[in-house]
Design a protein around this ligand. Structure first.
Ligand code: HEM
Length: 115
């Protein structure tokens, strides 16, 4: 579930970014993307609460933080783009956090589970 929600969110993010800022399609995809943020946080939160007390608590904590940062960066890129402000630095941060979080996600014991 978590991974499926992430894949859909990332696709929505790129669709929304590639649309003209402020256009109707762009606003709609952004709204749907926000629903997926919530799904990611809920599914991640469930995984987290069932596993964080083990021996890898620290790594789970970092994974959670990384995930929240990725979501923040996606939202900030879109909001700043809608306001026609620069997004260069945010893109770099987005990529760094994304790579880190995906690495941590696959590195942790769950592996690759889509459902
Ligand atoms: C867009 C942001 C995020 C990305 C790209 C991401 C990426 C991933 C990936 C690739 C996995 C392993 C795949 C699988 O489900 O099998 C995973 C697992 C997990 N994620 Fe996320 N995640 C994000 C947000 C979050 C958030 C916000 C939380 C916490 C609230 C979280 C907590 C977890 C936990 C606890 C696991 C299970 C790790 C394990 O036991 O192996 N993630 N994540």
């Amino acid at each position: 579930m978590h991974l499926t929600a992430i894949l859909i969110a990332i696709i929505l993010f790129f669709v929304s970014v590639s649309m003209q800022a402020g256009s109707k399609g762009q606003k709609v995809t952004h709204m749907i993307l926000r629903v997926f943020y919530i799904l990611i946080i809920i599914t991640g939160g469930i995984l987290f609460s069932s596993a964080m007390a083990g021996t890898m608590a620290m790594q789970y904590g970092l994974k959670l933080l990384g995930g929240l940062f990725v979501i923040s960066m996606m939202e900030m890129v879109l909001v700043r783009k809608e306001k026609s402000k620069s997004t260069g630095t945010l893109w770099v941060l987005f990529l760094i956090f994304l790579i880190f979080t995906i690495y941590m996600g696959f590195h942790l014991p769950l592996g690759m589970k889509f459902w």
